[in-house]
Each structure stands twice: as structure tokens, then as C-alpha cells.
Design a binder for this molecule. Structure first.
Ligand code: PXP
Length: 243
């Protein structure tokens, strides 16, 4: 069964629009759990544009599933993460000017830095995932770092225009999942997935978890967060069965 991790960053984005206390991503995370998600994902960015340090510590304390903290390889964030002790960290690239995470981490080019960070967190009994493009060289480099998981970036697939391009991007993900598993890695996927484009992804054998944020929180505005998460889980269950 494919697990669902819900990214609650966008609840915090709304809160930060007024710099107040509402809506609270911690409250939202609890509702996501009640609706049946398997983990909560949040991204503590260097510019603190959505999730704040307080959220990370409270989420770790309050949630009952698993906290997956996305983070850049920044000394400041690493220090906070080691204090907050999430169940898992996912290393992502981060450039201040980007709206969200664009493109995967270049593990090949930053091999030493990534490997040291993987080792550090594993020594603290925190599982590690690397958010990478569906690219064989990045998968090989990831394996060499000693990471537990890779998370395949589905953004290009999600943004593809037209069926031909979408199928091409989907095929890259299918092959990358196969290759990652053959290397002994555990494989997750995410970014840009919604209630429609998630269907073919669920049919790929071997993906353990999908991390989804924007589409779920966006839908929550209209139907409520509990219902939005339930609907996504229903689609995932139905699609993986059709396989
Ligand atoms: N996985 C990773 C590593 C991400 O950086 C993001 C975006 O924060 C997601 C999953 C979720 O992407 P989306 O919000 O587009 O569903």
C-alpha cells in the first residue's frame, strides 16, 4: 500500500500572510492524521517564508505518525533539525528566489557535503531521504551516500504539456523507481501531484510513499482538510488496485 505524507507548508503560508496564529499547520496536521495520512511533511526554509521553528518542534511533539522535515543543506537548519529530532529528514535544494523546490538535489556535484549530512543524521537515528530528479547518475550517487530513501521529483511530469511529453516524463519515473530499488534504495515520490496526475504514479510498483501538499491544501479550502485528505487516499487506494 502506498503511503501518503501530507505537506502542511501551505497552511503556514496562509498564516504568514498576516503573521498571526491562524491557520495553524499543527492543527491542520492533526486533522490530516485523523483523515488517515501516514506522515506529515514540512519544510523549514532559510527565509522562514512559511514553516517556523515553533511549528517543527510542536509538530514533532503533537503528531502521532511520522514527521518528515524537508531541509536544505544549511548549517543553521541542520542544527535546528538535530534539536527537533524529526523521524526523517529529506534534503532538498534551496534557492531563496524560487517559489518552491525546483529540480532535485544535485547529489553528484555535492557528493561530499551530502554524504556528510546523511552520516550525521543516520548517527542520530534519523532516517534520511534525498529529493532527486529521476536520473540514473543521481540515483547511483545517492546510493553511495548511504541514504535510506530517495524521493523522486515528479514536478516535470506534473508540469508536462501534452500527452507525449507527460508519458516521456512518466517513463523516466518508472525506470528510476526500478533502478533505485535494484540498488537497494527505498523509493518515495512527490511534487506537483494532484487528484488526477497521481493516478499513473500510483500504478508504479515499488513506490513506498507519496508526499503531496499544494493540491490537498488547495482543495481543503473548498471541502475541508479532512475531506481533501480522505479523497486523496481513496484515489491512491483505487489506483494502486487497478494495477
Ligand atoms: N516533496 C518535496 C521534496 C517537496 O519539496 C515538496 C514541495 O514542498 C513536495 C514533495 C510537495 O509538493 P506539492 O506541494 O507540489 O505537492
Amino acid at each position: 500500500m502506498i503511503k501518503l505524507g501530507v505537506n502542511v507548508d501551505h497552511i503556514a503560508t496562509l498564516r504568514q500572510a498576516r503573521r498571526g496564529k491562524f491557520p495553524d499547520p499543527v492543527y491542520g496536521a492533526v486533522l490530516c492524521e485523523l483523515a488517515g495520512c501516514d506522515s506529515i511533511v514540512c519544510h523549514l526554509r532559510e527565509d522562514r517564508r512559511h514553516i517556523q521553528e515553533r511549528d517543527v518542534f510542536l509538530l514533532k511533539d503533537v503528531i502521532k505518525t511520522k514527521l518528515n522535515l524537508e531541509m536544505a543543506l544549511s548549517d543553521e537548519i541542520i542544527e535546528i533539525a538535530l534539536k527537533a529530532k524529526p523521524h526523517q529528514v529529506t534534503f532538498v535544494p534551496e534557492r531563496r528566489e524560487e517559489l518552491t523546490t525546483e529540480g532535485g538535489l544535485n547529489v553528484k556535484e555535492n557528493f561530499k557535503k551530502v554524504s556528510e549530512a546523511v552520516k550525521l543524521f543516520k548517527n542520530h537515528n534519523i532516517a534520511v531521504s534525498l529529493f532527486i530528479d529521476p536520473d540514473f547518475e543521481q540515483i547511483e550517487a545517492s546510493k553511495e551516500t548511504g541514504t535510506d530513501f530517495i524521493e523522486l521529483h515528479t514536478g516535470r511530469y506534473a508540469d508536462a504539456e501534452g500527452e507525449e511529453e507527460r508519458n516521456k516524463e512518466l517513463e523516466k519515473i518508472v525506470k528510476a523507481v526500478e533502478y533505485g530499488i535494484s540498488k537497494g534504495l527505498r523509493v518515495n515520490a512527490g511534487h506537483g501531484l494532484d487528484y488526477k496526475n497521481v493516478v499513473p504514479i500510483c500504478k508504479i510498483k515499488g513506490i513506498e510513499e507519496l508526499n503531496i501538499g499544494y493540491s490537498i491544501i488547495g482543495r481543503a479550502i473548498f471541502v475541508g482538510i479532512y475531506q481533501a485528505v480522505k479523497e486523496m487516499i481513496e484515489i491512491i487506494r483505487k489506483s494502486e488496485k487497478e494495477n
